[in-house]
Write a protein of this length. Sequence first.
Length: 451
Amino acid sequence: MPVRSQPFSFPRNFTWGVAAAAPQIEGAAFSDGKGESVWDRFARQPGAVANGDTLDVACDHYHRFDRDFALMAKLGIKNYRLSLAWPRIFPNGDGAVNQAGVDFYHRIFDAMEKHGITPWVTMFHWDLPQALEDRGGWRTRTIADVFAHYADTIVKAFGPRVKNWITLNEIRCFTLHAYGGGGKAPGVSEGARVVNQTMHHALLCHGHGVRAVREHGSRGSRVGLTDNCETVVPVSETPEDIAAARAWFIEANQPILDPIYNGHYAPAYLRRCGKDRPVVAKGDPALISLPTDFLGLNIYTGTFIRRRKRGKPEVVVPSASYPRTDSPWLNLAPRALYWSPKLAAEVYGIRDIYITENGCGYNDDAVANGECLDLHRVEYLRNYLRELQRATADGAPVRGYFLWSFIDNFEWSDGYTRRFGIVHNDFKTQRRTPKLSAQWYASVMAANRVL
Ligand code: BGP
């Protein structure tokens, strides 16, 4: 007799994990030869970050990583997505390697191995060395050569112990939202032509990350991009609204996913860019579209779409009473975790997708009597994971899920006010307290189903 699976079960061998990023948790921002990053600089600009918070100490993970990994192991966490700090390895972006930085990550990987945790390593999670920004940063094409050398260096150094590589985290955030007037470092306002070119340069770096893993990675290494794709939810799950959502998804995600998966920019995207279209050199498309092993998707919220008269997609904006987290951009949209991976797989023929981030930020997670009862996070995760499970049951090729984040951390321009962790951090004492959501997530990982 076939064994009936329990309700809300995930496929066998589904990868469960948690995510964080070097600049947000490590601290030790100027220790052991680390260079300044654009975020170290940006955080010191008055008004750039809430409360004038800096990354100087963060969760002091630099000194406490062994205890942090012990806590992960205790919760049954077997996969951890971390990033390497480029300015720790190359304080000036290029030039001489800072051996102390390399040694630090060897200590990190030693400790993870000791605690039975598999690393998923992001090469770049926004902390560009300030020295490179001073030379033009993502505006310059030379960034691709400098990144290529960085990627070669880290894959050669850590390749024997890291099998899962992620090239870049969320290209739009460190290009469009950083150079296009957004609130991300370096926080400047350039015109569309420059912004489109920064995105193109980032795509070249992604290509070099893939190349570096193929050339220097150990046997069985895998590599992919983490994209914060524009996420979409059909207002109703009727063929009309689904078709509208699909059309909107395609248009919104063309700038990043077309060059990677189709080997060229979509003509419709180039038309929209007009005279500001990116300059593409011979050989760029081939580098950018080197085959990858998976796509990482960071999914938090979603844009609601319905079919307008005459078939055009229409964005439906939620009213003020629509439930949201304390992050103003984060409306609750659990079904984004169903539709985005499903559409990405269908549109681009992707065979392996990992949710590399999903989670929610609140301001009032507090510890009382030794407990942090973040019911709001448990409900959020439960609703989202049910939709992810529905996606896998319907055949979407989602192979794993990484919760953002393991611990409350430096949430960019929100500083330490916005808490995303399943482990509470007291930033005065650095005391860690697993929240209710951590206990709940531990039971989900152990059961491989949503409880
Ligand atoms: C993603 C980033 C993460 C994390 C998360 C929360 O965009 O990859 O690093 O910070 O968002 O977002 P935020 O801190 O902007 O609220």
